[in-house]
Design a protein around this ligand. Structure first.
Ligand code: ZN
Length: 274
């Protein structure tokens, strides 16, 4: 599933194509949304926001298209009229005079007026967004220490969108590795310095991934691996999807376990267990 950084990059591409322009025609590939086409067509797109893994396309007259890509949703942008050569279901198109944005395969799409955003079942429960530059390390530390989370295992709640918005499984594994902590540790097990470092990584890794197109490995290490002939997928992570391979930091073998219902990759040599 795409995580916060991937959705933010898709939103940047959609914004470059349609933001600040009149959406001359909006069409939906879902029957229940067809009546909304008239409501949106002919109005200017004023912003393309992300809220965790959800995207909000905002129109000048106070209407919004909410979309969540889930597992399969995929945005494309192109000169208006040009379609990518794929066999997916087109679910939404936002057309402007020169370019359009197309959303394929997603089914979690809604049209909402501004006044309804605060009540939306997903948006209204989101924690602080890790890609929102106004969110601070102190905010994350306070959440980790709060009664709601301090006695829960990190592996079980880091990807809960009500804890913080935007983390998925690769970020969870990489944050735990960079913090030197196994998935079964609880915030209550940490001293102040460890909690601070964990909070820093919860913000720093998604932000680096956003800037670099998906690299959570240290940038020096990734560059050396790429120079030595590694593929991008091989170079981008410390531990994610590297089970059976040696840890770049300590040489121990990376292991794969199940934590919080998902595969969790970790290094027994680098990460302290609870
Ligand atoms: Zn290691």
């Amino acid at each position: 599933m795409p995580e916060g950084p991937e959705i933010r990059r898709a939103a940047d591409e959609v914004a470059a194509a349609i933001q600040g322009k009149i959406a001359t025609r909006v069409t939906f590939g879902l029957d229940h949304l067809k009546p909304m086409e008239k409501l949106l067509s002919g109005h200017k797109v004023v912003a393309v926001e992300t809220h965790g893994k959800a995207m909000l396309t905002r129109f000048e007259h106070g209407q919004n298209i909410y979309s969540h890509n889930q597992l399969y949703g995929r945005w494309y942008t192109a000169p208006t009229g040009q379609r990518p050569d794929i066999s997916r279901q087109l679910r939404l198109s936002i057309e402007t005079a020169d370019r359009w944005a197309l959303l394929y395969s997603a089914s979690d799409i809604a049209v909402l007026p501004d006044a309804a955003l605060a009540e939306h079942p997903f948006l209204s429960t989101l924690g602080p967004d890790v890609l929102d530059s106004s969110v601070t390390v102190e905010t994350i530390e306070a959440r980790l220490s709060s009664p709601r989370y301090r006695n829960r295992r990190l592996g079980n709640f880091l990807t809960e969108q009500r804890f913080v918005a935007g983390l998925g499984n690769y970020l969870r594994c990489e944050i735990l590795f960079c913090s030197g902590l196994a998935a079964n540790i609880r915030p209550a097990d940490l001293d102040g310095a460890q909690r601070h470092q964990l909070a820093e990584n919860i913000l720093a890794l998604p932000r680096q991934s956003y800037r670099t197109g998906g690299i959570t490995n240290t940038l020096d290490a990734a560059r050396k691996l790429l120079d030595a002939g590694a593929t991008f997928e091989q170079a981008r992570f410390h531990v994610f999807r590297r089970a059976g391979k040696p840890c770049y930091r300590c040489g121990n073998t990376i292991e794969k376990i199940t934590s919080g219902g998902q595969a969790c990759y970790w290094c027994p040599g680098c990460q302290q267990t609870g």
